[in-house]
Design a protein around this ligand. Structure first.
Ligand code: XMP
Length: 319
């Protein structure tokens, strides 16, 4: 795509002009926006860029290794893999209130990012994957009262706190343009087309108390569900899909025995921007097959439900 090619060259030129010989740090989440930001900066300034990938222990199966391997080994970026699972899961122990969970994770994320960023000598810039819709939204919100439904987990406020200047090379782009740019920069299509994943991760898909046991079960169930969706060729039709593990155990039968295990809910929605959403109309066949696979393959789950709530009145995530 020639337009994206021209945009890429122009963006590289602007980054070099803004950053000069300074060092830049970037919080890499593995999401599309931060991934494209990191790839673009790397192209512009090479090893003046260091990425910090915060592993809060709330990621999907194999996710941390895949993201780190891709950026470090495949794309040659300098990536710090901050292994802070014990810190996050420790602070979250016994906490079941959704807003409290979000606040704990948001605060720890900033602390951890700052700790690692402090180790990078004379960093002057923080790179962020802010998109055009984010810019508009923050402008229109400042004009009137806004209703906060859920605390948002991001690194807002971090640059001021750390005395860093911002570099935001995606500020003029919409999501589909970011994907096109990512493609130009050589990010694999499977990566660019990934469903969105929330900053607080699996914490908000595990209503009630978070335990390592529940997270392990959830990761396995989610992997089976996404595998089913891919095998049926539905991944790209769905805006976001995931499993939530419910804070309730139910009775079942398996072989000659009684089971008493967790119930889970499958969620899949279509959406344009995440502000409104409809549940995805899977066939009964698909749902039945998926439930059977999850219950057979994932120890700890003996019941599957499908969430048919639209947004509004529901939200996409369970918390
Ligand atoms: P809800 O649940 O509010 O989610 O309908 C709308 C979209 O936003 C994602 N989401 C988040 N993303 N930090 C993020 O980066 C967050 O704290 C957060 N909370 C929700 C959610 O996955 C969905 O795509």
């Amino acid at each position: 795509d020639w337009t994206m090619d021209a945009y890429r060259e122009e963006a590289v030129r602007k980054i070099r002009e803004q950053v000069g010989a300074s060092k830049v740090i970037c919080a890499l989440s593995g999401g599309v926006d931060s991934s494209v930001t990191a790839a673009l900066l790397h192209e512009a300034i090479g090893d003046q860029l260091t990425c910090v990938f915060v592993d809060h222990g709330l990621l999907r199966l194999n996710e941390a290794d895949e993201v780190v391997a891709m950026f470090r080994d495949h794309m040659n970026l300098s990536v710090i893999h901050a292994q802070e699972q014990d810190l996050f899961l420790g602070e979250l122990e016994g906490v079941s209130d959704p807003e409290t969970k979000r606040k704990i994770i948001g605060k720890l994320f900033i602390d951890v990012f700052q700790k690692y960023a402090d180790q990078i000598e004379d960093a002057t810039f923080l790179a962020q994957g802010t998109l055009y819709p984010d810019v508009i939204e923050s402008v229109s919100f400042s004009g009137g009262p806004s209703v906060t439904i859920k605390s948002h987990h991001n690194v807002g406020g971090l640059p001021e706190k750390m005395g860093l200047k911002l570099v935001e090379p995606l500020r003029e782009l919409f999501k589909d343009e970011v994907r096109a740019l990512g493609h130009e920069l050589g990010l694999p299509a499977s990566f660019i087309g990934r469903h969105p994943f929330p900053g607080p991760g699996l914490a908000i898909r595990c209503p009630g108390e978070i335990t390592r046991e529940k997270l392990d079960i959830l990761r396995k169930a989610d992997a089976v569900y996404i595998d089913q969706i891919r095998k049926h060729g539905l991944y790209d039709e769905i805006w976001q899909a995931f499993v939530a593990i419910l804070p309730v155990r139910t009775v079942g039968v398996m072989g000659d025995g009684r089971t008493y295990d967790y119930a889970c809910a499958l969620r899949a929605v279509t959406s344009v921007d995440g502000m409104t959403a409809d549940y995805y109309p899977f066939t009964h066949e698909f749902l039945g097959e998926t439930a059977t696979r999850i219950i057979n393959e994932v120890k700890g789950i003996n019941r599957c439900t499908y969430d048919i709530t639209s947004k509004p009145p529901g939200t996409i995530e369970w918390e």
